[in-house]
Design a protein around this ligand. Structure first.
Ligand SMILES: Nc1ncnc2c1ncn2[C@@H]1O[C@H](COP(=O)(O)OP(=O)(O)OP(=O)(O)O)[C@@H](O)[C@H]1O
Ligand SMILES: [Mg+2]
Length: 251
């Protein structure tokens, strides 16, 4: 069976000449995968390429064995991926429930209005927003907005969920709430979680990769990363040691 996603030799040079990715190879399957890297490492660039929002300068991407370079395949691949961007903001003047219906329509989901409403309600319940589903999303807290972001990413029932820095700016309680929610989602949908906070992925990810200066310097299990830096007692320490080995620092 082909892996869900296969990236090979991905490079991205922005128009100002900045090399954000310098040859990334990555294979993703089921379960929860954590992408860890300091500010400016290239995480958002890599995720944008993965969700087909950005073209790589060179390199190939296959989704379930299908080459993403073909125009028709891109439409189908987009349908299979849910994305929560780093700077996600729902439409402030729509309620949570209205916003999900809006996203469903935008993505052309082939469902009756009644079934879309039902799916929206089910997702609002799954992300603990039922009580506020009829309040304007502009009045939501940061954590509530982020949870609505997960619901919108799942509205079209994708096979993979891609999440960029989901816990930045959340208070500790919301952060834990959010982590638990993602772990639940990962039982049914493949999840790629990108973050610069090792704690976000320590407890939940089956596999992690460390990205720094546009290069993947580690790809494997949490235990393997820990044992690479002999005396590390936490993932945070092992991650910091890995970055130091490659001349950068956690941020
Ligand atoms: N449109 C652009 N044009 C030029 N350079 C860019 C552009 N977008 C990003 N960059 C640069 O590419 C590098 C990688 O950026 P990217 O946003 O992918 O990093 P990141 O790991 O997501 O960082 P953060 O943790 O801050 O979100 C950075 O040095 C950034 O300044
Ligand atoms: Mg980013």
């Amino acid at each position: 069976m082909a892996p869900l996603i296969e990236l090979h030799g991905i490079r991205k040079t922005y128009s100002d000449g900045h090399e954000a990715l310098r040859g990334v190879d990555l294979t993703l399957g089921e379960g929860m995968f954590g992408l860890l890297g300091p500010n400016g490492a290239g995480k958002t660039t890599l995720l944008s390429i993965l969700v087909l929002a950005l073209e790589p300068t060179t390199g190939t991407m296959h989704f379930d064995g299908i080459d993403a370079a073909s125009g028709r395949a891109r439409l189908e691949i987009r349908r299979q991926i849910g994305y929560l961007p780093q700077d996600f903001q729902p439409l402030r003047n729509l309620t949570g429930a209205e916003y999900l219906v809006h996203c469903a329509r935008l993505r052309g989901i082939a469902m009756t209005r009644r079934n879309i409403d039902r799916r929206a309600r089910m997702l609002l319940d799954a992300v603990d927003l039922t009580d506020v589903s009829d309040r304007l999303s502009g009045e939501y807290s940061g954590g509530m907005r982020r949870r609505l972001g997960i619901a919108q990413a799942l509205i079209h029932a994708p096979r993979m969920l891609v999440i960029d820095e989901p816990t930045a700016g959340l208070d500790p309680e919301e952060r834990i709430h959010f982590r638990n929610l993602i772990a639940e989602v990962a039982e049914e949908v493949a999840v790629l979680l990108s973050t610069h906070i090792s704690e976000d992925i320590e407890a939940t990810c089956d596999r992690i990769a460390v990205l720094t200066n546009g290069v993947l310097v580690f790809d494997g299990g949490v235990d393997a990363l820990m044992s690479r830096s002999g005396h590390a007692t936490s993932l945070e320490e092992a991650y910091a040691a890995e970055l130091l080995r490659h001349g950068s620092r956690a941020a």
